[in-house]
Design a protein around this ligand. Structure first.
Ligand code: AMP
Length: 419
């Protein structure tokens, strides 16, 4: 123990669990890399204003959960609470949208929200995200949903569902918004929710409290207000998903509360996670670029939570089949053997074989214990007598079989055995 511990709402990733985490991150991004998405990396902090505009002043993320700071030079910065605003900012700044459209980007990293911590909800968490910028095409919306679906499936996950909705566009949404506000203003709600009706009425539909939900039973629904264009667009997305054999559920209450979110919106929920069941989510945000001072750039994207995906694997009892971290473990007995064996380990590593070494002058018994603990398939044992004879003992740790191999051939032979 040290006198310090990790801050509240955070946790450390350490072996052996960290290997699963890394594999999840890779599995979530692999389908994107096969679909033309290029890697983007942006700073961990941005100008606070980017998020108050790009996520929305009225959201909990911005109003309550953002970690903000003022630099010594007086600049207002915030740790990034999400990825879309940053990635769009970066693409616009680099003029990527002046090339071919859509610009397809993926990213992966740490995000920060000052939330009340609980199982599956942390103040520091990890996402893999994807954004397709500058095209209005239902196939692009479908592509992203399919890629996320396939990523979860590639991990072996089964108990997740896809919730799908359309939020309309700048034609039909304002009409619906006004109808919804009309309805909500007549309900018995607390002051904060009343304020929300004026700024962000769709968000009220998302209120989890039973007293609120009960009053929403007859609320007008976006679906009944969709214009012909939005209806046709949504139907095409649904059709493409069905065609790809991706099951989804229409969820008419699924919302993103801000005006620049349009049309397709979706969420991936896992049924083994309790209250923090969303493992990923996203949607179309045709108005965001203009909110950030950019050109009209209709776009769609998602973010998948790595932490919760790891929890979902655990909930389904799935242990990922990970490559061994060590294939060969070298056990030297004596100083001279140590030098020779260390040379062999370096050569093996340079040949691409994962090899480790009994450091710290351990005796044979302890060193073999470490070899077994490392998960290696083979041990190379070199004692003084072997050295004099010019051989190394190569032991198969699974079968116990041991063979002497001439020193000058050991690297080639062990590499062949490892395959
Ligand atoms: P959002 O940006 O809120 O749409 O979140 C996208 C995904 O990130 C969610 O579906 C979660 O899987 C994950 N996520 C969001 N907030 C947290 C958090 N505080 N702790 C862990 N995962 C989170």
């Amino acid at each position: 123990m040290s006198t310090f511990s990790a801050p509240k709402g955070t946790y450390d990733l350490l072996p052996p669990d960290s290997a699963q985490f890394l594999a999840v991150r890779e599995a979530l991004s692999a389908p994107l890399q096969r679909a033309g998405y290029g890697y983007a990396e942006t700073p961990g902090f941005e100008h606070t204003k980017l998020f108050s505009r790009g996520v929305g002043e009225s959201t909990d993320i911005v109003s309550k959960e953002m970690y903000t700071l003022t630099t010594k030079g007086g600049t207002e910065l915030a740790l990034r609470p999400e990825g879309t605003a940053s990635v769009l900012r970066a693409a616009l700044e680099a003029n990527l949208h002046r090339g071919g459209l859509p610009v397809k980007l993926w990213y992966s990293g740490s995000y920060y929200r000052y939330e009340r911590p609980q199982a599956g909800r942390y103040r520091h968490f990890s996402q893999v995200g994807a954004e397709a910028l500058g095209a209005e095409d239902p196939a692009l919306d479908a592509e992203l949903i399919i890629l996320a679906h396939d990523a979860y499936r590639s991990l072996g996950l089964r108990n997740f569902r896809i919730l799908l909705n359309s939020l309309g566009d700048k034609e039909c949404r304002p009409v619906y918004r006004a109808a919804l506000q009309d309805y909500l203003r007549r309900l018995d709600l607390d002051d904060e929710t009343r304020r929300r009706i004026e700024i962000n009425p769709l968000r009220v539909l998302d209120d989890k409290r039973e007293g609120v939900q009960r009053q929403l039973a007859d609320a007008p629904m976006m679906r009944d207000h969709l214009c012909e264009g939005c209806k046709a667009y949504h139907e095409q997305v649904r059709e493409l998903l069905r065609d790809a054999e991706v099951a989804f559920e229409d969820d008419l209450r699924l919302v993103r509360g801000l005006d620049y979110y349009t049309r397709t919106t979706f969420e991936f929920v896992h049924d083994g996670l309790g209250s923090q069941s969303a493992v990923g989510g996203g949607g179309r945000y045709d108005g965001l670029s203009q909110m950030l001072g950019g050109p009209e750039l209709p776009s769609v994207g998602w973010a998948l939570g790595v932490d919760r995906t790891v929890l979902a694997l655990r909930a389904e009892g799935i242990a990922l089949d990970l490559p061994r971290t060590t294939e060969v473990y070298a056990v030297p007995l004596g100083d001279q053997a140590r030098q020779v064996l260390f040379r062999a380990v370096t050569a093996l590593r340079r040949e691409g074989v994962a090899a480790d070494f009994a450091y710290g002058g351990k005796g044979l018994k302890n060193a073999m214990k470490s070899a077994n603990r490392s998960g290696a398939r083979f041990a190379m044992v070199l004692g003084e007598r072997d050295l004099a004879e010019g051989i190394i003992q190569v032991k198969n740790l699974e079968s116990g079989e041991q063979l002497p191999v001439p020193l000058d051939r050991v690297v080639a032979e062990v590499r062949a055995k490892v395959g």
